[in-house]
Design a protein around this ligand. Structure first.
Ligand code: ADP
Length: 170
């Protein structure tokens, strides 16, 4: 069914994201997971680091590629020859913004459609922000992120908190 793009911040990739990636990979010939970033919004992980973490947790999926871009999504998708954007829907609260984005993207690139996959029941509460909040308070990340990246998230948060502490002291 052609090429699909799964865009997001993935700061960091969660088990909820991974579930969507795996399901999309069974429906499309090729899935490009794209870390979308812009220079005004910094995250916990650098875009290159987010790509590396996603690559690690999807290394067993042969038709999944990981990329990053600061382009407008509709333009990026056109450049990649993608016919579809995949999005995950956790709750009604996701819907309004996603509906608006899908409409805009189709206006910008009429050949581009958006497909929504509903979140797996176990992960409806899960977001990258929740993962960061847990890591900040040293809560075990089991069940939130892949065991393959748990250490990296904890380490990154440690460094972040140390920097924050230093700044407060100044
Ligand atoms: P987050 O809200 O976790 O920061 P992103 O902006 O990286 O997520 O989200 C990328 C895409 O993944 C969006 O379509 C979002 O709705 C979807 N998504 C995020 N978390 C989940 C989840 N737990 N289950 C299903 N889809 C999700």
């Amino acid at each position: 069914m052609g090429i699909a793009i799964y865009p997001g911040s993935f700061d960091p990739v969660t088990l909820g994201h991974l579930d969507i990636i795996k399901r999309a990979a069974t429906q499309f010939d090729h899935v490009i997971v794209c870390v979308m970033f812009n220079s005004h919004k910094s995250g916990l992980f650098q875009p290159e680091e987010r790509v590396e973490l996603i690559e690690r947790v999807t290394s067993d999926l042969g038709n999944v590629e990981v990329d990053m871009s600061s382009q407008l999504l509709a333009q990026y998708a056109k450049g990649k020859g993608a016919s579809c954007i995949v999005k995950g829907l956790r709750a009604m609260s996701d819907f309004e913004e996603e509906f608006q984005m899908a409409t805009i993207n189709r206006k910008l690139n009429p050949k581009l459609d958006t497909i929504f996959l509903t979140a797996c029941q176990d992960f409806t509460y899960l977001s990258s922000s929740i993962v960061k909040e847990m890591a900040r308070y040293n809560v075990k990340l089991e069940g939130f992120v892949s065991p393959l990246i748990e250490k990296d998230v904890n380490q990154k948060m440690k460094e972040h908190l140390a920097l924050e502490n230093n700044r407060q002291k100044k």
